[in-house]
Design a protein around this ligand. Sequence first.
Ligand code: 5MM
Length: 339
Amino acid sequence: MKDMTKTAATLVRSDRGILAADESISTMNKRLTAAGIPAAEENRRAYREMLVTTPGLNEGASGVILCDETFRQRLRDGRAFPEAMADLGLLAGIKVDTGARPLAGAPGETVTEGLDGLRERLTEYAGLGAAFAKWRAVFRIGDGVPSWRSVRADTHALARYACLCHEAGIVPIVEPEVLMDGPHTLDQCSAVTAAVGLTLFSELRDYEVALDAIVLKPNMVVPGTESGQATGPHEIAARTVDAFKDVVPEQTAGIAFLSGGQSPDAAATNLAALRKIKTPWPLTFSFGRALVQPALTAWRGDAGRVADGQRALSNRVACNLAALRGGYRPADAKSYALT
Ligand code: 5MM
C-alpha cells in the first residue's frame, strides 16, 4: 500500500496534471474523422505517439491515461508505450472500464461495465507497466435522473473496481462524471454532484478502500450547456469546493478534475480559480479534450505536422500548469509553452 500511496501523491502533486488520452477506439475514430483524418489503427497509434513524446511533457504531466489498444502498441522506435513513458518520466495509466451501457429498468440511464475478468486484466496491465488505472461512471441530469438506482449501481461498481486495483498494486482513478449537457442549473449540478459523491464515498468506505491510495476525478460544478446561465470562474470554483468539502474525506490522496467539454480556456480559468481556494486535499487536472483538441487540429494526421501538434499540446499543458501555480493569464494563453 505504501507504494500506491506514493504513486497517488505523485499523480496529484501540486505542479503536475494528468493527460487523459484514453479515448476508446470508437470515440477516437469519431474524433479523427471529425478532424478529417482516416479512422485507422495506425492513425490512432501515431496520434498517441505524437502526444506522449511531446518535449517536456513530464514537466507538466505526472502521467498519461491510455486505452487497451494503445497500451499494447509500440512507438515507431519499437518501444512499447508503457516502456517509452517510463523513459520519458511519465506514469502509465490504463482505462479499464469497458464503457457505459443501458441500465436495466432505468430508461435513458447507463451503468459502466467492465468488472468481469477485471482481476486478471489488472494483473496483466500491472505486468505491462501500469501504475494507475481509470474507470468512468457517467450521470446525466434530467427529469427524475439520475435515479438512485443508477447512482447506487455505478458507485458500487467504482468501489469494486477500486478494491481490485489495490489488490493488483495499481492506483485507481475513480471518475464519477456528472455531464454538462442539458438545461439544468448550477444548483442542480451542485446537488447531483454532491449526492453522487456522498454515495460513492459510502460505497468506498463499505469496501474499506484506502482513500490515500485513490485519486478522485470528478466534474467541476457548472451550469448545463443549455441553461443559459452565465457563471464566472470564482463562483464555479466556490460551488465546486462546496459540493465536495463535506463529501470527500481529508485522507483522500487528491482530486484531479476532468474538463467535461469545457473549452480549453474555460477549463484552465476555472482550474486557476479552484487553486486559489484552500482545500483539505490537493487539487489538479486530468483533462482530455481541453488538452488534446488543439493538438489534434494542429496535427491533422500529417507526419510533417507532428511538431505543430506537440506545440499545441505543450501550450495547453503549460496553460494549466500556470493555472496550478496561480499565474494563468488568459490574455497570454498563446505564449505558454513547456521546457
Ligand atoms: C479521453 O476520454 C476518456 C474516454 O472516453 P470514452 O471511453 O468515452 O472514449 C474519458 O473518460 C475522459 O478521460 C474523461 O471524460 C475526461 O475527459 P474530458 O475531455 O472530459 O476532460
